[in-house]
Design a protein around this ligand. Structure first.
Ligand SMILES: [Zn+2]
Length: 421
């Protein structure tokens, strides 16, 4: 078994936490921002120091390539992201990139022989915090192989024109053009030149911590459906319209939401569902709401459970409190299973290193989920302290980060030796 340098890893975690540091110990590092470019500069500097060649593609995805012994043509890539949400933490995404770097540094330092070119990669705009949606660039690269049910969400031209949530006059394309890291389309990760992808990530939930396990052997990313529930009422004056004459879309929406919760709670306990967004029109305190739309996101591994969710949504009456109710499917996709052989390499490495581990699924989306439609792919999870993520207190103890990197290192080297597509 091979082991990384805990000290070097710690130094990277500390250094990268300064790029976009917030007052409370987190980071705000929007993709292609000044802070993100500082992090990219540091990635490039450290990778070139060990003799890796650094390329970028036309979406500014970065690739640091450590050459193999020349006997194998396809590359093995370890990838994650350096961008964050607003007031995010120092581990989501960035730990995956730092781990990939640490693997290459270890292999270089210890002169570990390998056949394939090994690549540490940075995805552009994973979070989609400034330019929605999330996983934008991995989706563009996977477009041809995406299931038809959600392909429409990721048309390249539409995504390039995504507007900044802070400045609607600026598009993602503008930010790309202004970036020194916009490179050549021919450098894009692709089926022909790449053998497999690994992504180490923090769990972003409480399961590993609560079970006192070091490593999550990730088997899949949960299937999901995403609905917009639309309620049509009628605007009238808040002071002059007696209650019995009203068609209040917000009042109706609250009843619909309660009904959905009551029904969905009858399904298996590990179903997760969320209403995180609501639109209310005209959203004026003296006017009865004429229109309300809210999101409903539901996730479960078993497609039959998702089918039950859909059934419940479509069991909604057409009319509630005199308002018309119309659920509209935004998109859905089935559970994405990772490559069994690669999952097994992660399991075997955990056993050989004697780290406590368990199988786990991912409720969150990751770039690896998109790439799994293109290449054999898998993920490794490390614990998130108290399950916190996408916040400044997000934390993974150094010992857990180190163990994660050791798993990545050994799994990638097994893949280098044994894996055939
Ligand atoms: Zn992430």
């Amino acid at each position: 078994m091979y082991f990384c340098s805990k000290k070097r890893l710690e130094d990277k975690i500390k250094t990268f936490s300064t790029f976009g540091a917030t007052q409370n110990g987190g980071i705000t590092r929007y993709s292609l921002s000044k802070e993100a470019h500082q992090a990219r500069d540091e990635f490039k500097r450290r990778m070139e120091k060990i003799g890796a060649q650094v390329y970028t593609d036309d979406l500014a995805n970065m690739y640091a390539i450590l050459k193999g012994d020349g006997t194998k043509k396809e590359k093995i890539v370890m990838a994650s992201h350096l961008d964050s949400v607003k007031n995010g933490g120092n581990y989501d995404g960035v730990l995956g990139v730092l781990s990939a770097m640490e693997v290459l540094e270890t292999i270089h330092d210890q002169n570990i022989p390998h056949h394939h070119d090994l690549v540490a990669m940075v995805w552009t705009n994973e979070e989609g915090s400034l330019y929605p949606p999330a996983m934008m660039c991995s989706a563009i690269l996977s477009y041809e192989d995406l299931p038809s049910s959600f392909k429409d969400c990721f048309v390249e031209e539409t995504l390039l024109n995504s507007r900044s949530v802070l400045n609607p006059n600026e598009t993602f394309k503008d930010a790309l053009e202004a970036s020194p890291y916009k490179g050549d389309k021919k450098n894009r990760l692709n089926k022909k030149d790449y053998l497999a992808m690994f992504e180490l990530h923090i769990e972003q939930g409480p399961i590993l911590t609560n079970n006192h396990n070091d490593i999550g052997v990730v088997t899949c990313v949960l299937g999901m459906c995403n609905y917009r529930i639309k309620i049509y009422g009628e605007s009238d004056h808040a002071g002059t319209t007696p209650m019995k004459y009203r068609k209040d879309a917000l009042y109706a929406a609250s009843k619909v939401l309660l009904y959905l919760h009551e029904q969905l709670d009858k399904l298996p306990k590990d179903l997760v569902y969320t209403t995180g967004e609501i639109i209310c029109q005209p959203n004026v305190h003296t006017v009865i709401p004429s229109y309300v739309e809210f999101s409903l996101d539901a996730r479960h591994e078993n497609p039959d459970v998702i089918k039950e969710v859909v059934k419940i949504i479509h069991s909604l009456p057409n009319e509630v409190e005199k308002c018309r109710v119309k659920p509209v499917l935004a998109w859905e996709r089935d559970t994405v299973y990772f490559n069994k052989t690669l999952v097994d390499y992660v399991l075997k490495a955990s056993e050989a290193l004697g780290y406590t581990h368990q199988y786990i699924n991912s409720g969150a989306g990751h770039d690896a989920q998109m790439i799994s439609y293109v290449l054999p792919t898998t993920m490794i999870f490390v614990p998130s302290k108290d399950g916190h993520s996408h916040c400044e207190i997000e934390h993974t103890p150094l010992e857990n980060c180190e163990k994660g990197v050791n798993i990545l290192l050994n799994a990638v080297l097994t893949c280098d030796k044994n894996f055939e597509k």
